[in-house]
Design a binder for this molecule. Structure first.
Ligand code: ZN
Length: 109
């Protein structure tokens, strides 16, 4: 299970001032992998292929684990060079911008 931090604020509607800010957590349950779904993105793909960077499950799982909203670069981190090149070419041909890897958020953020 992955814990996902959710920052909440309580605002006084009369004054507009923030009275309290706190972090709560949401639990992301493991996805069902019994039918071949990837445990990281919940999509069906070969282990050497990128995760589905657009999967909400992937987005929230990586946010909970690393504190970042991942992009296609992150989704390809585990792929070999040839697979990354092939996927980048296909994504770019479809108008997708390939961003640099999103670094880990600083501790405490
Ligand atoms: Zn995946």
């Amino acid at each position: 299970m992955t814990q996902i931090p959710i920052r909440t604020s309580t605002v006084n509607m009369s004054t507009g001032e923030t009275e309290k800010t706190e972090v709560a957590h949401m639990t992301l349950l493991p996805c069902d992998t019994s039918k071949g779904q990837c445990a990281y993105c919940a999509a069906v793909h070969l282990p050497n292929e990128p995760h589905n960077a657009q999967s909400l499950y992937y987005q929230y799982r990586i946010y909970g684990e690393r504190g970042i909203w991942p992009n296609w670069g992150n989704a390809m981190e585990h792929c070999d060079g040839a697979t990354r090149q092939r996927w980048k070419a296909e994504l770019v041909s479809r108008g997708v911008t390939i961003d640099q890897l999103v670094p880990r958020a600083p501790a405490g953020d």
